[in-house]
Write a protein that binds this ligand. Structure first.
Ligand SMILES: Nc1ncnc2c1ncn2[C@@H]1O[C@H](COP(=O)(O)OP(=O)(O)OP(=O)(O)O)[C@@H](O)[C@H]1O
Ligand SMILES: [Mg+2]
Length: 237
C-alpha cells in the first residue's frame, strides 16, 4: 500500500481531535473521507501532512517512511501534494507566478506535470495568466491551488473539500478534473461533505465521526448500508 495510517491519534495543543484513525490508500486509488462538520476530515489530512495538528500516537507510513514528526515541506518533498481547505494561493502574485513557485519545492524534479499540462487540465488558468490570484473567483482559485500541487509531481494528492463553496457549474468542472486525474493514475485522498459529487470517482469511502473511523467500504457497500448515512452524515437533531 502507498499510505497507511494506523491508530493515529492527533491533537491541537491539549485538545485531542483524532482518536485512533486506521486508513489506507493504495496506488491509483481515489479514497474519500466523509463526515459531518467537525468530525475530523481536515484533521486526518493534516495528520498526514504534519500541518497545524500534532500526531501524538500511532503511525503515518508513506511507502517505507514514517511521516509523523516531519515538517510539512518535508512531507511534500516525499511526494504528497496537499490542497488545504483555505486553498492558500499567493493572492498578490499572478496566476503564472503562482505556477512558478512550486517547481522549486518539487522533490523529484522532472515529471509529467508542467505549467502547460495544468493549463490543459484547467483552461481558465491559461485565460487568466496575468491576473492576480486574489482577483480570481473561488473556483479559479481552487483550480490554481490544485495546479500548484500537481506541479510538485506528487505520488499522492490530498484534497480537502475541493468543491466547498463553489457554484454548481464550477464544482462540476472540478469534479471532471478530478475524474481526469484519476484516469491518469493519480492517487487521491479527498474529504467531502457532498458525497454525490465524488460518487462516480471514489473507489472507497471512510466515514469519520468524532475523530474515529466508523465505516469503511466501497461506494457500493456504502450505498447498500441504510444505517450509516442516516447515523453519521445527517445533521444531528
Ligand atoms: N486549528 C484548530 N485548533 C483547535 N481545534 C481544532 C482546530 N481545527 C479543528 N479543530 C477541532 O478538531 C475537531 C475536528 O475538526 P476538523 O476540522 O478536522 O473537522 P472536519 O470534519 O474537517 O469539519 P468541517 O466539515 O467543518 O471542515 C473539531 O472538534 C474541531 O473543533
Ligand atoms: Mg474540514
Amino acid at each position: 500500500m502507498m499510505l497507511e495510517l494506523a491508530g493515529v491519534e492527533a491533537a491541537y495543543g491539549h485538545a485531542q481531535a483524532l482518536h485512533g484513525i486506521d486508513l489506507v490508500v493504495d496506488e491509483g486509488e481515489v479514497v474519500c473521507i466523509v463526515g459531518r462538520n467537525g468530525a475530523g476530515k481536515t484533521s486526518t489530512l493534516r495528520s498526514i501532512v504534519q500541518d497545524i495538528i500534532t500526531v501524538t500516537g500511532g503511525s503515518v507510513r508513506f511507502g517505507e517512511e514514517e511521516l509523523a514528526g516531519l515538517a510539512p515541506h518535508e512531507v511534500v518533498r516525499r511526494g504528497i501534494g496537499y490542497v488545504p481547505e483555505d486553498r492558500r494561493v499567493f493572492a498578490s502574485l499572478t496566476v503564472t507566478e503562482n505556477l512558478t513557485v512550486p517547481r522549486s519545492f518539487a522533490g523529484a524534479g522532472a515529471g509529467y506535470w508542467t505549467p502547460a499540462r495544468v493549463e490543459e487540465l484547467f483552461p481558465p488558468l491559461a485565460e487568466f495568466r496575468g491576473r492576480l490570484a486574489g482577483n480570481l473567483s473561488g473556483g479559479q482559485q481552487q483550480m490554481l491551488s490544485i495546479a500548484r500541487s500537481l506541479l510538485t509531481n506528487p505520488r499522492l494528492l490530498l484534497l480537502d473539500e475541493p468543491h466547498e463553496g463553489l457554484a454548481p457549474l464550477v464544482a462540476q468542472s472540478v469534479v471532471e478534473a478530478i475524474g481526469h486525474l484519476k484516469s491518469l493514475g493519480v492517487s487521491m485522498l479527498l474529504s467531502e461533505q457532498q458525497l454525490h459529487l465524488v460518487h462516480e470517482t471514489a473507489d472507497r469511502i471512510y466515514v469519520v465521526d468524532r475523530g474515529r473511523i466508523v465505516f469503511v467500504g466501497t461506494v457500493a457497500e456504502f450505498d447498500a448500508d441504510e444505517e450509516v448515512a442516516r447515523r453519521y452524515l445527517m445533521v444531528a437533531g
